[in-house]
Design a protein around this ligand. Structure first.
Ligand code: 13P
Length: 311
């Protein structure tokens, strides 16, 4: 074990900054990352913003503080760059809820349907899809497809919410995010009673009963912009707890509450400052994707970026 492990946070942060310069690296962090990781990142964003940044950065190294599928997305978009996932084991249970073999069977059942893959899936699933989407652009991507039928994978809740916004016929895969499933409608109702005038803002991976209580259903970065624009002072935030740090940092004069206990994604919390430092120092945990899969997955991601050219 390296003695560097005993560095205190200030020393770690200083060394991360030095290494970043030396490597011509950029640090991207998802809204669910630990506060100290968000604070050292060059950009904190939702999965759509981070994909766009990964596609256009001229850094040589992208340190992607998040989970595997997001770092993989960056590598698909920027194959010539070194993309590092500081916590190599950080996966996504939702992404694991569909395999290529399962999708093959479902595609055969719906030959006229376009396959729209939420980015929370593996590169292999992206490669089999017609197009990708994120929570920020799912409705626009679905509407942009020429087909009337959409086979939407793997998140049933995002797909069900899209169905309320489109005339397309949505066929939903039964996947879900275990963290968002922990939210209870009764907790939101209780908090609303305690904080009259507050607004309820939830992520579309939430259950239907939760979405029915929401003033707005948004991706994490859309939540930030919504709360900035709103005249409300107090918000109930229905998503992973890391988002609270992002909101409180951007709007210290407003109050952000979590509806239920335990809204924590263990995978997003795996990345610690030590991992970021080690990743930069050793160029540790680079993402690799077989080229034939990457090329096909790239077409699905480019389809998304072209369908919705701006945020
Ligand atoms: P965003 O689209 O807001 O980045 O959310 C991604 C996600 O994985 C939500 O659980």
């Amino acid at each position: 074990m390296s003695l560097d492990i005993f560095l205190d946070d200030n020393e770690l942060i200083a060394r991360i900054k030095d290494l970043k310069k030396e490597r011509n690296a950029i640090i991207l962090a998802h809204s669910y990352e630990r506060p100290e990781v968000q604070d050292i990142a060059d950009y904190v964003g939702d999965s759509l913003e981070l994909s766009r940044l990964a596609a256009k950065t001229d850094a040589d190294v992208i340190v992607f503080c998040s989970v595997h599928f997001m770092a993989e997305t960056a590598k698909i978009l920027s194959p010539q760059k070194t993309v590092l996932l500081p916590a190599a084991e950080a996966g996504c249970p939702l992404a694991d809820m569909i395999t290529p073999a399962q999708l093959e069977v479902e595609k055969a059942k719906h030959p006229n349907a376009a396959v729209v893959a939420y980015v929370n899936c593996s590169a292999e699933i992206k490669a089999m899809a017609d197009v990708c989407c994120t929570s920020a652009n799912a409705v626009q991507v679905v509407d942009a497809m020429p087909q009337d039928e959409i086979l939407f994978v793997p998140d049933q809740h995002l797909g069900r919410w899209v169905q309320t916004q489109t005339n397309k016929k949505m066929i939903l895969w039964a996947g879900c995010c275990p963290t968002h499933q922990r939210m209870k409608a009764k907790d939101i109702l209780e908090l609303k009673k305690e904080h009259p005038g507050c607004e309820v803002v939830v992520h579309p991976e939430s259950n239907e009963d939760i979405c029915n209580l929401a003033d707005a259903i948004l991706s994490t970065s859309q939540m930030l912009r919504y709360c900035q624009a709103s005249s409300a002072k107090t918000f109930i935030i229905g998503t992973e707890m890391g988002m609270l740090h992002r909101l409180r940092t951007a709007m210290p004069d407003k109050t952000f509450l979590q509806p239920s206990k335990g809204l924590i994604c263990p995978n997003m919390k795996m990345t610690q400052l030590e991992d970021v430092y080690e990743a930069l120092k050793e160029l540790k945990n680079p993402i690799e994707i077989p080229e034939p899969i990457r090329i096909k997955a790239l077409a699905s991601l480019n389809g998304m970026l072209a369908a919705v050219p701006t945020k």
